[in-house]
Each structure stands twice: as C-alpha cells, then as structure tokens.
Write a protein that binds this ligand. Sequence first.
Ligand code: C2E
Ligand code: MG
Ligand code: MG
Ligand code: MG
Length: 298
Amino acid sequence: FADDAMYEAKKSGKNNYYFYYELENRDMYQYMLTLKEGIFAAITLDQLYVEYQPIMHTCGKKIARVEALVRWNHPQYGIISPVQFIPLAEEVGAIRLLGEWILRKAVTDIGAWNAANENSLAVAVNVSNFQMADKENLLHTIDHVLAESQFPPELLQIEITESDTAVKDKDIAEFIGELKRRNISVALDDFGVGSSSLFQLTTLDIDVVKIDRSFLQEVPGNMNDTILLSGILQILHNLGIQVVTEGIENKDQLEFISTQNIAYLQGYYFSKPVPLELLLEVRDELGGQLPVQGNATP
Ligand code: C2E
Ligand code: MG
Ligand code: MG
Ligand code: MG
C-alpha cells in the first residue's frame, strides 16, 4: 500500500477501522488475499454500506451536497476503509460491479431522503479510473441507474481523479462531455496530489475542483504551505472553477479559508461521514436550511 493508505489507516483508527498496518508480512498477505477473495461476495452478502459526508457552502451553514463514501463491514476483520479495498476491487475486476452498487445505493438513499424531507439535496459519487477506462459501460450504468431510480441528473455529481496510467486524456474529456450533456456535474478530486495538473484544468470541462486535504493540514501555521494554497486558489478563481477544500478539521483552517475565494468546505470540523439515518440530525446541528431546487449543484 502507498503511504497515503498508511496515513489513512492511522487516521481512521479513530473510526475503528481495522488496523491492518500492524500486521506482519505473512498476515498482511493473508489479509489482502482474504479481501480479494471476498469482494464479489461482499456486494451480494450486504457487507458494504455507504456513509454521507456533508459538503458545506462557504457562506452560511448550509449543506450544498453530500459525498457518498463506501465502507466494508467484513465478517472477520470488521470495518475496512475504501482506501484499502477499492484498489483490491480494481485488481480483481470487481470495481465495475461495486461502482454500480454504490451509485445505485447513493441515488436511492438520497432520493428517498429528499422525498421524505421535501428537499433537493445533491449527492457526489466517486468513480474509479478503472470504471472510466470503459466509459461506454459506465455511462450506460449511470443512465440505467438514474432512469430506474428517477433521480434528477442535476442532483448528481461525479467525482473523478486523474491518473497517468488507466485512462487517456481524450477519454476523460469525452466522458466529462457526456456527463455535462446529461446535466450531471463533475468534480476533480484530490487535486494537487498524484498526477493532476494545472494544465488539465484549462482543457477539461470541470465544474468543481476538490483540493486535497494534504494542502490544508499545516495551514495557516506553515507559511510555505499557506502561500502555495493561496496561489492555487487564486488561479482556480481566475479560471472560473469552483473550489471545495477537503479536510477542514479546525477553526484556524476555517478562519484562513474564509479569507480566500472558496465556494465549498468539507471536513470533520463540520461532520464526519454519517449513515443516512443521521443525516437529518447533522443537517439540523449544522443549523441551516437546505438549498432549494436548482441551487443544490453549482
Ligand atoms: P476522497 O474521495 O478524497 O474522500 C474524502 C476522504 O477524506 C474520505 O475518506 C473522508 O472520510 C475523508 N475526510 C473528510 N474530511 C476529513 C477530515 O477533516 N480529516 C480527515 N483526516 N479525513 C477527512 P474515506 O471515506 O476513508 O475514503 C477514502 C477514499 O476512498 C476516497 O477519497 C476515495 O478516493 C475512495 N472512495 C471512497 N468511497 C468510494 C467509492 O464509493 N468509490 C470509489 N471509486 N472510491 C471511493
Ligand atoms: Mg471524493
Ligand atoms: Mg478527495
Ligand atoms: Mg482524498
């Protein structure tokens, strides 16, 4: 696993995720094997579940939308982070099925929530590059799931990440074009880490950029990080791209952020990802009305 996965696992220890990083090599091998073997069955055996994390409007304490985040409640290991099993699902060819399950679950959940609460909350769903690599199939799945659930496309946002291996730039651009044609909005996730580049922002028709939380971790305490972040935010603003900053954990970050051009905020400071059943409570705790129809997506 990458360092990021290790970091993720340590952080998420707080969430009672399985502490795989303490495993010996031999046990680690067994652990990963078990996960790979179990991933297809996990879908049918109801071991997966989705939590929702609010993404806030910068102005006012309003939820703009929620991000759907998948977890695996494993019979042997307990709760497993997506950082661990998504790559394994990609490796064994389960990601297409998994991705479809997550999308269906997310729009069904939020669709029902909206019906019950007379609202039009939007939902952002992550897609893997392995899904995007077969964009015809992914688009077909999206159309199919939206049609069967009657979920309004304008309340769906697809989060993509860039990678220099799995998908060609041309295919990403075409995929984004197809989403936009359907009134589905597009967010570029984890911006600033991996292979995302400023250049791509000028060529891809992206609505929202999500700044990776590693940029925020030492802001505003670390001067260089703060300069870097401010500069990036300025560029994005000038390009007319909306920004979500991920990983707001404290008031200092929030105070700095409020001096910048940022549309949306996401982080534990507001709320951790929660089960659907808690969303109403969280909404009320965050103290605002939800946006009315048409305002929910940028
Ligand atoms: P991501 O899409 O960048 O999602 C944001 C991650 O940051 C989530 O971790 C969220 O719980 C975490 N986060 C949010 N606010 C804070 C904060 O203030 N502090 C800290 N330390 N973390 C925060 P999570 O749920 O563990 O997901 C990790 C990654 O796994 C996601 O990163 C995404 O890349 C992937 N993932 C999750 N669900 C799915 C999915 O349904 N499909 C696919 N393809 N990937 C998924
Ligand atoms: Mg995401
Ligand atoms: Mg992200
Ligand atoms: Mg991330």
